[in-house]
Design a protein around this ligand. Structure first.
Ligand code: PFF
Length: 525
């Protein structure tokens, strides 16, 4: 384990650039790639969706990823500490991002628990010939929107396993825990998922599915909602503006090629997304073919329904179904798990730094609180609806607010965008041009604000999925209220003596000599 020591503190680092890249890809590639992207693309113009998607990648995804990296790498802390070092008053933004990580982690873990159950169910087609009833009634015992304290055993047991594993890995730390899991998990995922895609492509009807996914509906490009879907997908999928890429970059050694790694991570994530689209839609093409219907007559092509109802139905019709099912649900579990690690470590490092705890104590404390919420809200008979609602609000409102605030603070208030650009360029081989500044300072906040207004308006006027208004108030808007209270509480708590006044950012941006690129001995963090 490599460490840069200072007299007062040590900061763990990834053992190599490869370790960092694997962990960052492990965070990005997750449930968002496998179960969200294919359906969103299909509903938002098929092949034509790739245009807004790629534009979102280049105009927001990569630039904001670079922004996250530059903040974390220069200020060497979790989101709250890094923002605080950048401009004291922006610590609150770091806590807002941490609140979002917490909220997402508590339901994200539950989907991984479902995937583990379904991995097991694959051996023997346990869902029988009515996977919809099996999922909602037999497995989840799902009740109408409401609040229930009745735990569902089939969800709770795998969920115990997920949280115990997360706490153990976090307590092992960056190099021995997180990096190791990603270095093993990512190749396993790529191998398993590639095997699934190859099998899917050889199924009868696969080409109909691919045509449905890739045939462009150009009219979709004039629909603002399609563009909103593309930007939301990019944020969630790349794990940007959540503060986690700030933390991951803060564990990079000071001499590290940040932008090149960012390009690798961004393109790897999108490639996996397209691979997932190909795998999922070839499989669905086979389903339409087996049922003798055209593709347009298929329903249930997004979110939980796609993975836990439609897919099991297809798997049942396939020769060699157990292996195919195991590959699909195993991939979902691994991809989700490496992302969940990043969600929880983001919270745990923030708490560790603020309260001066050891990483083990922080991991256990944060893990236990998150697990309790995860069980109480989402492993119960009302968990499915709660999960769907919280996800909708955290991802469409929370993350967009976070991204806008980050861009505005960095460019217009703290005015650190140019130093951050110089930082990236001093340590990296791929240089960020001046174009970055108007993209972060003007284009992104304007576009994201339009997107936010449209989404909030839509949720106020139309509600969500026909759920009762009181329910949307408590679980939807309540989620937003929770993030605000969380932010206020953690920002207002003092740092005690744990704030490090001796922190020196490196490299020194004003010294033009090449010596500055040599990391100073004893540099703190
Ligand atoms: N990027 C993950 C996915 O595509 O499923 C989700 C995610 C992980 C979002 C970590 C945010 C985050 F900080």
């Amino acid at each position: 384990m490599a460490e840069v020591r200072s007299s007062t503190e040590t900061r763990e680092t990834w053992t190599s650039n490869r370790g960092f890249i694997f962990a960052a890809i492990g965070s990005a590639v997750g449930l968002g790639n496998i179960w969200r992207f294919p359906g969103v693309a299909y509903e938002s113009g098929g092949g034509a969706f790739l245009i807004p998607y790629l534009i979102a990648l280049v105009t927001a995804g990569i630039p904001i990823l670079f922004l996250d990296y530059s903040i974390g790498h220069r200020f060497r802390g979790s989101a709250p500490l890094s923002f605080r070092r950048m401009w004291r008053k922006s610590e609150a933004l770091g806590w807002f991002q941490t609140a979002l990580l917490f909220v997402i982690s508590v339901y994200y873990a539950v989907i991984i628990a479902w995937s583990l159950s379904y991995f097991y169910f694959s051996f023997g087609n346990k869902w029988g010939d009515d996977p919809a009833t099996f999922f909602t009634e037999d497995y989840l015992h799902a009740a109408d929107p409401g609040v229930s304290s009745e735990l569902v055993a089939g969800v709770a047991w795998p969920l115990v396993g997920v949280w115990v594993a997360i706490i153990a890995i976090l307590a092992l730390g960056i190099a021995k825990g997180i990096e190791k899991v990603n270095v093993i998990g990512l190749p396993l995922l790529v191998l398993g998922f590639s095997a699934l895609v190859i099998r899917a492509l050889t199924l009868p009807g696969a080409s109909d599915g691919l045509n449905a996914l890739f045939t462009p509906d150009w009219g979709a490009l004039t629909d603002l909602n399609v563009w909103i879907a593309a930007y939301s997908q990019i944020f969630f999928s790349m794990s940007i503006a959540f503060g986690i890429m700030i933390s991951y970059a803060s564990f990079q050694r000071r001499k590290a090629n940040m932008t090149s790694s960012g390009l690798v991570v961004g393109f790897a994530n999108s490639s996996f997304e397209i691979l997932a689209g190909i795998g999922v839609f070839s499989t669905l093409g086979f389903f339409a073919h087996e049922q003798g219907v055209t593709f347009d007559n298929l329903d249930g092509l997004t979110g939980p329904t796609l993975s836990f109802i439609t897919f099991p139905a297809v798997i049942s019709e396939m020769p060699g179904s157990a292996i195919f099912g195991a590959l699909f649900f195993g991939s979902l579990a691994i991809a989700g798990f490496t992302s969940l690690i990043s969600l929880v470590i983001g919270v745990s490092v923030a708490v560790q730094e603020k309260f001066g705890l050891s990483k083990e104590v922080a991991a256990v404390a944060v893990g236990i609180v998150a697990a309790a919420v995860s069980f109480g809200l989402f492993a119960t008979t009302t968990g499915l609806v709660a999960l769907d609602t919280v996800d909708q609000f955290a991802n469409n409102i929370g993350i967009v607010v976070s991204a806008i605030a980050m861009c505005v603070i960095v460019v217009w208030i703290a005015r650190t965008i140019d130093p951050l650009r110089r930082h990236l360029n001093m340590v990296s081989t791929f240089h960020v041009g001046k174009w970055w500044i108007p993209v972060i300072g003007v284009y992104a906040p304007i576009f994201l604000t339009v997107m936010l207004v449209q989404k909030v308006h839509d949720l106020i006027v139309n509600g969500y999925e026909g759920y009762p208004a009181w329910y949307i108030g408590v679980f939807g808007w309540g989620t937003i209220a929770f993030t605000i209270v969380f932010t206020a509480v953690f920002t207002l708590i003092g740092w005690g003596g744990r704030d490090d006044p001796d922190f020196r950012a490196w490299p020194d941006l004003d010294s033009p000599s090449t010596e500055r690129r040599t990391e100073p001995k004893g540099a703190n963090r």
